[in-house]
Design a protein around this ligand. Structure first.
Ligand code: S3P
Length: 184
């Protein structure tokens, strides 16, 4: 099943551990779209991991790079673009995200996010004495932002990446074609 022609790109937003990269890869494979990950672009630019970039240059630097990565994508078409969980924090990123294409928010409950992210150490913002509370606090700031930006929301709790991809694709096909154009 192919993407409606009026959709330029698919942009995935959501909290850490919501499955943006895995689901994005899956949808890109199905549609024969490029898969782009803003975190990966920043990692490649500096030849460093995200924790190393935070440690060497700090979070504000990383946020500027995130904005730059989005600006660099503005002529991109036919891509599935996974973004870092904090990309919604900067208001200047909002029009850039919306201009790229359909914005899909992958959401999950706090318990599910905790279950997914507590297994790995590559998220500098969660290296706190009480990461569970950190998640809760970050979520309360960010969920309203994801919600306000999203064209489509997909609840991912309890679903496999393939099932999430199925739901996202189905929702995009149901999304009225007129809206694809009105958004520009
Ligand atoms: C961040 C999320 C990470 C990465 C960085 C900051 C955030 O991406 O960009 O660690 O602020 O939520 P993922 O959402 O892919 O984990």
């Amino acid at each position: 099943m192919h993407l409606p022609e009026s959709v330029r790109n698919l942009v995935l937003v959501g909290f850490m551990g919501s499955g943006k990269s895995s689901v994005g890869r899956e949808i890109a494979r199905r549609w024969e779209f490029r898969f782009i990950d803003t975190d990966a672009a920043i990692r490649q630019k500096y030849g460093k991991s995200i924790p190393e970039i935070f440690a060497s240059f700090g979070e504000p630097f990383f946020r500027d790079e995130e904005n730059q990565a989005l600006q660099d994508l503005q002529n991109t078409n036919q891509a599935v673009i996974a973004t870092g969980g904090g990309i919604v924090l900067q208001p200047r990123n909002h029009p850039l995200l919306r201009a790229l294409g359909v914005v899909v928010w992958l959401t999950a409950s706090e318990e599910v996010i905790w279950e997914r992210v507590s297994r790995n150490q590559n998220r500098p913002l969660l290296r706190t004495p009480d990461p569970r509370t950190t998640i809760s606090n970050l979520m309360s700031t960010r969920y309203p932002l994801y919600d306000s930006l999203a064209d489509i929301t997909v609840e991912t709790s309890g679903l496999t990446h393939r099932e999430v991809a199925d739901h996202a694709v189905a929702a995009i096909h149901l999304w009225p074609a007129a809206q694809h154009e009105d958004r520009r």
